[in-house]
Design a protein around this ligand. Structure first.
Ligand code: RI2
Length: 321
């Protein structure tokens, strides 16, 4: 099961920061339920190994280590049965909290949207769609300009979901975004990680979109549950940007026809806080520069790595995530 979930995350069959977190926590639950470990030590080692395997799939979305950390910190007991129960319970609580957080942030984000607004989206974010859904439930009419989001075209998923919410959609290529910004009331983007200085790491193309939006005076709102807050950035660590397969950009035949070229495929970029208007979370909306106060409240000053081969002690601070 862990093997399968890990492959699906790596191949992006399971994708989106919140969905990845949910799948990873659930994989630990199944691992615990199916474990045949005979001693508490063997059980703990097995769960830690499963977490490491999941962790190795994609490096950028911090929701993945945050989910694993949440569950691993709550694996408690002196017997295999007690350990199993606590793991299953922690994973269940985490997934339920994830759903609740998305509902809560949806309502906060919806308050920023007015009846008749046009929104522009980039990539596919379930957190963003939660805001649109909440606004629709409030009876607001919205329409959307949807960027296709090369190379994997996750904009197509967004377009489909928006149509399910009865939102009229205009699909555009990424490079057309600036032309449409004058007609847009809000740019809505999700996040894969948010750093302590308020920088937002999201799908490649977000930073260029944000600079253009600022130039045109169009507000840009980041919608992100607090599992997207990157605790390691509190202590100076940077966020690794995932580089993906060249084949996502160009196939072998076209490439050979062009001649010798290098191809780079960064999956994410970093948008500095000065280009962003608000970060919407389940705890309310924050100016990007002040997100660090929420991070300290939730995580304390740092984190441990409970999945390490040699187990570390419990984390000293922070409740959730
Ligand atoms: P939710 C996605 O990354 C996009 O960058 C999106 O904005 C972000 O995850 C957050 O998604 P990818 O997995 O958690 O498509 O809001 O590379 O669903």
């Amino acid at each position: 099961m862990v093997e399968q979930v890990a492959t699906e995350i790596a191949d992006m069959e399971t994708r989106g920061a919140a969905t990845i977190a949910d799948a990873a926590a659930d994989a630990l639950r199944v691992q615990a339920e199916e474990s045949e470990a005979e001693t508490p030590e063997a059980f703990r080692a097995e769960i830690r190994a499963a977490a490491r395997h999941l962790l190795d799939t994609r490096p950028t979305a911090v929701s993945l280590p945050n989910a694993l950390r949440y569950v691993l910190r709550r694996v408690e007991g002196d017997s295999v049965e007690a350990l199993r129960r606590s793991t299953v319970s922690a994973a269940g609580t985490f997934c339920a909290q994830l759903d609740r957080a998305q509902d809560d942030l949806g309502k906060v984000g919806a308050n920023r949207l007015r009846d008749g607004d046009v929104v522009m989206t980039h990539c596919h974010s379930t957190d963003v769609l939660a805001c649109v859904e909440a606004a629709r439930e409030q009876g607001k009419e919205l329409s959307a300009i949807v960027k296709e989001t090369r190379p994997r075209n996750q904009g197509h998923i967004t377009a489909e979901r928006l149509r399910e919410l009865d939102v009229p959609v205009t699909l555009i290529v990424d490079s057309a975004a600036r032309r449409y910004l004058n007609d847009v009331d809000h740019v809505l983007v999700g996040a894969d990680a948010i750093a302590a200085d308020g920088s937002v790491i999201n799908k490649i193309g977000t930073s260029g979109l944000a600079v253009n939006a600022r130039d045109r005076g169009t507000p840009i709102m980041v919608v992100a549950q607090t599992i997207k807050l990157h605790p390691d950035t509190l202590t100076g660590h940077t966020v690794e940007i995932e580089m993906r397969e060249e084949s996502e950009i160009i196939d072998e035949t076209d490439r050979e026809a062009i001649g010798e070229i290098a191809v780079d495929n960064p999956a994410f970029d970093v948008t500095p806080p000065r280009y962003l208007d608000a970060i919407v979370t389940e705890h309310g909306q924050f100016p990007p520069e002040s997100i660090v106060t929420l991070m300290r409240e939730l995580f304390g000053e740092g984190t441990t790595e409970p999945w390490a081969e040699r187990a570390q002690g419990r984390e000293s601070t922070g409740e959730v995530p």
